[in-house]
Design a protein. Structure first.
Length: 567
């Protein structure tokens, strides 16, 4: 069932491009290099079949530079056999094997391959995992990792020597609920990272006669669980401020994805929560350490038909290039593409953008926005898979047409392509739809300047997709931000670059997509531009830092200055 070709290529025929004009037509070529990269991990749902909503929910994946060598590593979340959840009828040997399953950490060897360092790193801890989120929460200069689980979560503090220590309980963020999406951010502007944890539902096993692959019950059969907001303390611990911060509202949500966005541009980071089978939440940060749910007023509580969707991921990005962040929310129906209209309002343009016609046929989970063809416009990759069965569905790829919409190239006809003079085999991606996908992360794992993708799949190996798209004279820039301690990651910062009369904007967040972690470096496709006229960083404290005439095709590290002018 899970056979997969080593190479698939999606060819998008686009109009010609210039910085402020029409687009060119190189194909977008993604090569599956999972096996050749040395990734041997196979995810387990803990059962022989997917038999309940817990097993159907996960998992995520992450690009994390845990050793700080400038090459992103890979974190893969796993499930495991658990009493009261998994099939008790499995034979003892199988049950023991599945109960011992753990997440896996792969170190980037810098040559296109990865080494499994799970045991060496000290994270071989069986748990029923969901999401991975990375941030330097203690401000010591290395990436820490938070993993949500059904059951107590893990906060792996990076010891700086290639190992981790789980300090979740001591830090006060173990949260014994059924946690899914989570995000680090600084909600009160005190310079310390806080943590929002989205919780899903209270799982009760169905009657034994329904404990089968077609017995996955609707989320409406379960009570939602309260999300948690943890405020960061100076000593590296956290305090639960859920109630006093105003995020304990009724009805209780069934969170899936969590994302951050300063949608009202007041300098305080807001929180978007995608909920399953009910309205979404948009917690507006009031600037006084409290929040108000403005989802209905802002137009993001429901989809464009006015119905509650089975919402999954939260991907925040300026897809239409107007300088304002929009929100992509994959779901079980049309998907939602909330375009920011101004004055704190959004409009769902998923159908008009060209996404819904394809996605209505599938169950959508993860989403990653990335300029895959380096033409300055953000493209969209969506991970699909059945919500009730271990049945594969083709993932979707949509190329930004530069006019506020997307071209669906998921079923583009096969075509030939070359990468640095080498031929690349191409084929229709639908012919290779052999995985039940969930989370997807973006990142440049081979440091060649274009964005690659990592996809988490249920009961199968992940998919590492190397971007082999021909450059055709197009350029790029990656920006690594180093902020003041304790928020050394500069989470909450915004980077704007100006080139050829256009402005491109990115934001530094700690999580994205569905249960996943993107590369921390901010990536810009530059098209045919030979230099960047102006680059501005708006740091989390609101101060601006401007650079001019930036060289291209390189990684630029920007360190936060002390003081300096405002934005």
């Amino acid at each position: 069932m899970f056979a997969w070709s080593h190479i698939f290529t999606i060819t998008a025929m686009l109009a010609s491009f210039a910085v402020a004009g029409p687009k060119t037509a190189p194909p977008v070529s993604l090569t599956d290099v999972t096996t050749s990269a040395g990734i041997r991990f196979v995810q387990t749902v803990g059962d022989g079949v997917m038999s309940n909503i817990v097993e159907a929910t996960g998992v995520g994946c992450g690009f994390v530079d845990y050793d700080g060598d400038g090459w992103i590593d890979i974190y893969l979340v796993n499930g495991c056999w658990q009493p009261g959840l998994s099939d008790p009828g499995l034979d003892a040997k199988t049950r023991q094997r599945l109960a011992a399953a753990t997440d896996r950490l792969y170190r980037n060897r810098r040559d296109g391959t990865f080494e499994d360092v799970t045991e060496k790193a000290g994270i071989a801890k069986p748990a029923y995992g969901m999401a991975v989120v990375a941030a330097d929460y203690d401000g010591d200069g290395d990436a820490d990792i938070y993993v949500t689980n059904r059951g107590p979560n893990c906060l792996y503090r990076n010891n700086g020597d290639g190992t981790f220590t789980d300090v979740a309980k001591a830090a006060g963020v173990d949260d014994p609920a059924f946690s899914v999406g989570a995000v680090f951010f600084d909600f009160n502007q005190d310079g310390r990272l806080d943590l929002y944890v989205g919780n899903y539902l209270t799982y009760v096993p169905p009657p034994q006669d329904k404990h089968t692959a077609d017995g996955v019950r609707s989320p409406l059969a379960y009570k939602g669980q309260q999300d948690r907001l943890f405020r960061g303390n100076p000593d590296g611990t956290f305090t639960d401020v859920t109630r006093e911060a105003g995020v304990m509202i009724k009805p209780v949500g069934r969170a899936m994805g969590v994302g951050t966005i300063d949608y009202d541009n007041d300098g305080f980071v807001d929180v978007f929560v995608s909920n399953d089978a009910m309205e979404n939440f948009l917690f507006r940060n009031k600037g006084d350490e409290t929040f108000a749910n403005e989802a209905l007023l802002a137009g993001v509580a429901y989809g464009e038909t006015g119905d509650a969707t089975a919402a999954m991921a939260v991907e925040v990005a300026d897809y239409d290039g107007d300088g304002h962040f929009d929100i992509v929310v994959p779901d079980m129906n049309l998907c939602c593409l909330y375009r920011y209209m101004g004055d704190g309002m959004f409009e769902d343009l998923a159908t008009r953008s060209g996404i819904s016609a394809h996605m209505i046929h599938y169950h959508s989970w993860g989403a990653a926005t990335a300029d895959l063809d380096l033409d300055t416009w953000l493209d969209l990759y969506i991970a699909n898979g059945s919500a009730c069965l271990l049945e594969a569905q083709p993932n979707g790829l949509f190329i930004n047409n530069g006019r506020g919409g997307f071209t669906d190239v998921t079923t583009a006809p096969a075509a030939s392509a070359q990468r640095d003079g080498r031929p690349t085999t191409t084929r229709d991606v639908t012919a290779d739809a052999a995985f039940v996908s969930r989370g997807v992360a973006r990142g440049d794992f081979d440091n060649d300047g274009d964005i690659d993708l990592l996809v988490a799949n249920l009961n199968a190996r992940p998919t590492l997709l190397r971007n082999d798209t021909p450059r055709r004279g197009r350029h790029w820039l990656q920006v690594s931000l180093v902020g003041h301690a304790p928020n050394r990651d500069a989470i909450g910062a915004i980077v704007k670059i100006t080139l050829g009369g256009r402005m491109l904007i990115r934001h530094r967040a700690s999580a994205g997509s569905y249960l996943s972690q993107h590369d921390a470096r901010l990536h810009f496709g530059l098209g045919a531009c030979s230099k960047i006229d102006r680059l501005e960083v708006i740091w989390p404290n609101g101060k601006g830092q401007i650079m001019r005439d930036i060289p291209i095709d390189r990684l630029l590290t920007v360190r936060q200055r002390t003081g300096g002018p405002g934005p």
